[in-house]
Design a protein around this ligand. Structure first.
Ligand SMILES: [Zn+2]
Length: 330
């Protein structure tokens, strides 16, 4: 079998399928073992629901990969080493520990967080290395609220920021973009990217809402931060207008060498934590649009990571729509 070589336009649409590329799925049972409290909304059942959804026959072509643990060196690309130690040393050997009122950990949480970040790094290696066109990391805990030195909002390590920095450190990429459609603003990713004009972060999110950041006038050091806040009650039309009017043009202008999606599905109309009204098909649409930018800008290189999403049925359907769109773009 020929090794896929050309990564430019047309390479994945060869009539003979010679260069057909694949979508990879990264996960690990340890990410189910992160247990933040029996009544916590960020439950193990979330990941079980996502994995069950992508176990359907139409996802048979997904290449399933076990997420490795990120190394301490990889995590330290986005977090100070003493913070990495603090988080890992805070994991209790029994019972629970709390970083804040929302962010609870139990004995399995350390390995889960390491594998969540490790999934991103391994997906970067595959997608930048050319063995996969794109990848979805079905992992938890989520990461986009984690700041360089602060765990918050269910998040310990900022996995997408670690993945972005790994792409630069290990593969020599310069410009990496993160696009975040979780209903909450990714304050952590924004803060980590703020001062670096070659890192780009764009977010659609409900505002006002936790964590309180994400205003239009938060633009980073060089216009490298693009926020599209949406008022409560906004639905498909407002989301698509924010994407086509602001986020996608800015992303295209940035000319990324890799796109990473912070894929939270809690802006869905059925989600209990917030008040936006996205539908299942909005996630397929947004994913296809982002894949199209990736196709034009960087040979289709795109990686997605699970963030929020708290209605299990809506989460499962939305994640399936998202992964289906990733597969369709290859
Ligand atoms: Zn969220």
């Amino acid at each position: 079998m020929e090794r896929p070589q050309p990564r430019g336009a047309g390479s994945s649409s060869s009539p003979l399928g010679i260069y057909a590329m694949t979508t990879q799925l990264y996960s690990h049972p340890a990410c189910i073992d992160h247990e933040p409290g029996q009544s916590h909304v960020e439950s193990p059942g979330r990941l079980k629901a996502v994995l069950a959804a992508v176990d359907a026959p139409r996802f048979a072509a997904l290449e399933r990969r076990e997420a490795p643990k990120a190394t301490r060196q990889q995590i330290s690309l986005a977090h100070p080493a003493d913070y990495v130690d603090f988080v890992l040393e805070s994991i209790p050997s029994s019972g629970y520990a709390a970083f804040d009122a929302d962010t609870m950990v139990s004995p399995g949480s350390g390995e889960a967080a390491l594998r969540a970040a490790g999934a991103l790094c391994e997906a970067v290696d595959a997608v930048v290395g050319g063995t996969a066109e794109n990848a979805f990391c079905a992992v938890r805990p989520p990461g986009h609220h984690a700041e360089a030195s602060r765990a918050m909002g269910f998040c310990l390590f900022n996995s997408v920021a670690i993945g972005a920095q790994h792409a630069r450190a290990a593969h020599g990429l310069k410009r990496v973009a993160v696009v975040d459609f979780d209903v909450h603003h990714g304050n952590g990713t924004q803060a980590i990217f703020w001062d670096d004009p070659e890192l780009f972060y764009a977010s659609s999110h409900q505002m006002p809402l936790y964590p309180g950041t994400g205003a239009v006038d938060e633009t980073g050091v060089a216009g490298n931060i693009v926020n599209a806040p949406l008022p409560a009650g906004s639905g498909s039309d407002a989301f698509r207008a924010a994407m086509t009017g602001r986020i996608l043009p800015a992303l295209e202008t940035f000319s990324p060498e890799l796109i990473i999606i912070s894929a939270g599905f809690d802006a869905h109309a059925d989600d209990p934590l917030a008040g936006l009204n996205f539908q299942d098909e909005d996630y397929a649409w947004a994913t296809s649009e982002l894949c199209a930018v990736a196709g034009r800008a960087c040979g289709g290189r795109l990686i997605s990571a699970l963030e929020g999403g708290y209605d299990l049925d809506a989460l499962a359907r939305s994640a399936a729509a998202h992964v289906g769109a990733l597969m369709s773009s290859t």
